[in-house]
Design a protein around this ligand. Structure first.
Ligand code: S3P
Length: 175
């Protein structure tokens, strides 16, 4: 049994892919944002509104730590900003097989601008500029934690899931 963390920007498909991957592997699916909401009994927008991003990052780091200590056989969909914190990057590298779902800014823009109101970091006069800036800032951090990177733009969820299953098979066969 293992721990697989999906990383990537908002809208890269982490939750959708994660849920299907978990089903296929017979692992438990955990969405890190939902896990935080359950632990804190607060919605993500509420955490941002009351404690700011710094407080949210602290909650995120603690949640990641708790999951890494306790869980086996888990597929985790992380939040897009988890890689901004060095301790969270270290946790991902130590305790998880990290799969980076990489999408172009155009793909991300098309997907997330539809429901930008639910995303605290996109409450901006120019969410498109904000998305491009955040993506550019985070690119290297996603690469840093990733054990494998998948370009998701052209692929269906099923294809991405199968790619990850094949990659895991090959990786465990090496051992
Ligand atoms: C964030 C992404 C969100 C959520 C929070 C912050 C980010 O998760 O954790 O709003 O900093 O990119 P998703 O990537 O699941 O949308």
């Amino acid at each position: 049994m293992g721990r697989i963390a999906l990383v990537g920007f908002m809208g890269s498909g982490k939750s959708t892919v994660g849920a299907q991957l978990a089903e296929k592997l017979d692992y438990t699916f955990v969405d890190l944002d939902t896990f935080i909401e359950n632990r804190t009994q607060m919605s993500i927008p509420h955490i941002f509104a009351t404690g700011g991003e710094a407080h949210f990052r602290q909650c995120e780091q603690e949640a990641l730590n708790a999951l890494g200590n306790q869980s086996r056989g888990v597929v985790l969909a992380t939040g897009g900003g988890v890689v901004t914190q060095a301790p969270s990057r270290a946790l991902l590298k130590e305790a998880w097989q990290a799969v980076y779902l990489r999408a172009t800014p155009e793909t991300i823009l098309a997907r997330v601008l539809q429901d930008a109101t639910e995303r605290p970091l996109l409450q901006d006069e120019h969410p498109d500029v904000r998305i491009r800036t955040l993506m550019a800032q985070r690119q290297n951090w996603y690469e840093e934690v990733a054990d494998v990177t998948i370009e998701v733009d052209e692929f269906s969820v099923e294809m991405i899931v199968q790619y990850i299953v094949d990659w895991l098979d090959a990786r465990f066969a090496e051992r």
